[in-house]
Write a protein that binds this ligand. Structure first.
Ligand code: C2O
Ligand code: CU
Ligand code: CU
Length: 469
């Protein structure tokens, strides 16, 4: 069908250019509007027919085989795109486990290139961290086996081969890894049908409707949003309280989440699990690799109401909530009083400075897989200071253990409620200096720190360090 349109357009074009040159301008405009449909971009005022939000399947990590391979996916409304998918599904399956259990996962790489899977936010030894140096060629596998020994949190799993992470995540390999624990269970937060992962990203479609990746050194920005791999999604919700587990899985785009009716989110958690206390936030910034945990109360809304989850930066509509049904679903969990124990780190004995330079360097160095840039004594509390000489945003991510953000000076000049508690990724904007406290008290060995704007990471804004006894 699209090819036919293209053919007709080309014929009309040839014809009009020879005979009707005065019409050329009009024609070019109409061609442009057809091309806009292909990129997926919406003209303001266009009526959008919305597609049901796709839900990732849920799997357990014990005895999991996770195969990455090329496939296709319906992005909604019959828009079929080529994708790279874990276990054939786009969005990638949600992995869910309880703290104290074990993960044994065989990653089978059936991609036409090397890959390796990293469990972003998971506290594991280097052999299970899925680092670029561990990438296996297409046709090979890598076995992971690790105990899950950390508090409840929302993790993010994705490939991590050097130079190829941006492409592989873009093509569809990115999922949520949810860990539950007893402290969280005691709160009675929404669960089951009322707990929903939202994998938020962007994409650009080519003329045949396939997701197209043309990286730019400043970072790839797609023309349309995808939530759980769905274009223009809607979600039917009951008159109930929902818990949304949001992952920014975009290569470079940062979202300022807000709701069309001005209702605030109840922010209860972030990268490293539940916050010390919850709060109401009308707008939440989430950069690449960051996660947020929010509650939304639809109980006071009537059957048929619609609320849009939006991004204030792009003006995009991300996800339409359609309140369906009259009956109010009983909820006994907390709304504004969730709390959780986060013991603050204090008294750092060493301060290290890291400058994120240009688009591919940390402290003047481009990533070298074989070089260890600094060593960190096991168990020592340190202050790490992140600054940039420009080309921000740089979402700074550290493997190995989470950290606590203690200050931001310059730029936005403040910390935000979603930056409290435990973090593994923190947003560094131009002119900002961000200080964090960190203590590697889990494992020794080699880990990574990098910019999570995937194009910067792939160009080498990444470093190895080693935790030593
Ligand atoms: Cu989510 Cu080293 O990355
Ligand atoms: Cu990570
Ligand atoms: Cu960067």
């Amino acid at each position: 069908m699209k090819n036919q349109i293209k053919l007709v357009l080309m014929m009309v074009a040839t014809f009009s250019m020879t005979l009707f040159t005065s019409c050329e301008k009009d024609f070019l405009q109409s061609e442009q509007s057809i091309l806009d449909q292909y990129s997926g971009e919406k003209k303001p005022g266009t009526t959008v027919s919305r597609n049901a939000l796709k839900m990732p399947t849920e799997v357990a990590p014990n005895g999991l085989s996770l195969t990455a391979a090329p496939g296709t996916s319906n992005l909604g409304g019959g828009h079929i795109s080529d994708v790279w998918a874990f276990n054939g599904s786009f969005p990638s399956p949600t992995i869910r486990a309880t703290s104290g259990s074990n993960a044994s996962i065989v990653f089978q790489n059936n991609l036409p290139e090397q890959s390796i899977v990293h469990w972003h936010g998971m506290i594991v030894n280097p052999a299970n961290d899925g680092q670029p140096s561990q990438a296996v060629p297409g046709g090979s596998s890598y076995s992971y086996n690790f105990p899950i020994n950390q508090r409840a949190y929302l993790g993010f799993y994705h490939p991590h081969p050097h130079h190829l992470t941006g492409k592989q995540v873009y093509n569809g390999l990115a999922g949520a890894f949810i860990v539950n624990d007893a402290e969280e269970a005691a709160l009675n937060l929404p669960s089951g049908a009322y707990e929903i992962p939202l994998i938020v990203r962007d994409a650009t479609l080519d003329r045949s409707g396939n997701m197209e990746y043309k990286p730019k050194s400043g970072g790839f920005l797609g023309k349309i949003p995808l939530v759980n791999g769905t274009m223009d999604p809607y979600l039917e919700v009951s008159r109930a309280v929902y818990r949304f587990r949001v992952v920014n899985a975009a290569n470079s785009r940062i979202f300022d989440l807000n709701l069309s009716n001005g209702q605030p989110f109840v922010l209860i958690g972030n990268d490293g699990g539940l916050l010390p206390s919850s709060s109401n936030q009308p707008i939440i910034t989430i950069s690449n690799g960051e996660r947020i945990d929010i509650l939304l109360d639809f109980r006071q809304m009537s059957n048929g109401s619609k609320i849009m989850l939006k991004d204030a930066r792009s003006g995009w509509d991300l996800l339409e909530f359609r309140v369906t049904g009259n009956q109010i679903v009983n909820y006994n969990g907390p709304m504004s009083t969730t709390s959780s124990t986060v013991v603050p780190l204090s008294n750092p004995v060493v301060t290290r400075y890291f400058s994120f330079d240009g688009m591919n360097k940390i402290n003047g160095n481009v990533y070298d897989m074989t070089r260890i840039d600094w060593t960190v004594p096991f168990g020592q509390t340190e202050k790490w200071v992140f600054t940039t000489n420009g080309n921000a945003p740089h979402p700074v991510h550290v493997h190995g253990v989470p950290f606590q953000v203690i200050s931001r000076t310059g730029g936005r000049g403040q910390l935000y409620p979603w930056e409290m508690g435990w973090k593994d990724t923190v947003l560094l904007e131009n002119n900002e200096t961000v200080e964090v406290l960190i203590r590697f008290d889990a494992f020794t060995g080699k880990y990574l720190m990098h910019c999570h704007k995937l194009e910067h990471e792939d160009m080498g804004m990444m470093a190895n360090f080693e935790v030593v006894n």
